[in-house]
Design a protein around this ligand. Structure first.
Ligand SMILES: Nc1ncnc2c1ncn2[C@@H]1O[C@H](COP(=O)(O)OP(=O)(O)OP(=O)(O)O)[C@@H](O)[C@H]1O
Ligand SMILES: [Mg+2]
Length: 260
């Protein structure tokens, strides 16, 4: 098991003003698998991700990566968030190489790797362009290259495609699948799109507002590699339906559900 959460709680604030963001989370993610987190706004998805990243620590329970307890930020993890947050004064290639510079790693090899990633995401021609000259989808691709350039074992992605139009989103999902299968990373992916989660994942984990609990997990046993045609498969629509129902049940806090 590469990532393991055991009885993880995260509470912000204390006593009267406390928010329970994550409660009793147990989750095992195998090396090389692609797992998505879905659930209503505020159910603790980003908080869970930031604890795996080590920038937040659980208030109870523990998180282990390859058996080692997470006690702070790790450089073995790449991240892509909703906003690509590229540095406008740096070119595409300079943005991608920024984490390498920060860590003082050898530049030549990383540069080669950066160009491989640019080729994989169809951005070779844009290496010397500035972020302002790119579309939103291209910027997200650059952010993915930047996350992968240091060859991290784990990729954490928090709604990375939510700002993109539907077609670009589909296209970039297919690319992400290709990158994932080629580089064999462990991916934990947060999305509000059930379609996207089913398309990409080996497993979809549903969180609910009861509060911040993992309510259900779904194995996505669709063949790979997957093309967008897979959406016409009856199993695909059945999974979407089941997951949607599960999220909708998880939207009701447990105390209200118990009250009727
Ligand atoms: N730094 C913080 N301080 C206090 N409360 C926080 C903090 N971060 C998150 N929370 C609270 O924890 C809960 C879970 O937030 P989180 O951002 O993890 O939800 P989410 O599932 O990612 O939601 P969304 O889908 O809207 O991104 C919310 O009630 C939020 O207000
Ligand atoms: Mg969030």
């Amino acid at each position: 098991m590469q990532i393991e959460l055991r009885d993880v709680d995260k509470q912000f604030g204390s006593d009267g003003r406390a928010t329970v963001a994550v409660s009793r989370a147990n989750l095992s993610i195998e090396r090389g698998s692609f797992v998505s987190l879905c659930g209503p706004s505020g159910c603790g998805k980003s908080t869970l991700l930031s604890m795996v990243l080590g920038i937040q620590l659980p208030t109870r329970g523990e998180i282990r990566i390859e058996g080692n307890r997470v006690v702070g930020p790790s450089q073995k993890i790449g991240t892509v968030f909703q906003d690509a947050s590229l540095m406008p004064w740096r070119t595409v290639i300079a943005n991608i190489l920024y984490p390498i510079e920060l860590r003082g790693l050898p530049k030549k090899k990383s540069r080669e790797r950066a160009f491989e990633l640019l080729a994989l995401t169809g951005l070779t021609k844009f290496a010397d362009h500035y972020p302002s000259e790119l579309s939103g989808g291209m910027r997200q691709r650059v952010a993915i290259c930047r996350a992968l350039v240091g060859d991290p074992d784990i990729l954490l992605m928090d709604e990375p495609f939510s700002a993109l139009d539907a077609l670009t989103r589909d296209e970039i999902s297919v690319e992400l699948q290709n990158i994932w299968s080629k580089h064999n990373k462990t991916v934990l992916f947060v999305t509000h799109s059930i379609r996207e989660a089913v398309f990409l994942s080996d497993r979809v984990v549903v969180m609910g507002l009861s509060p911040g609990r993992i309510v259900e997990e779904f194995a996505i046993d669709l063949d790979r590699p997957r093309s967008l045609d897979i959406e016409t498969h009856p199993k695909f629509s059945a999974l979407i339906h089941e997951i949607r129902e599960s999220i909708s049940r998880g939207r009701t806090p447990a105390n209200l559900a118990a009250a009727g």
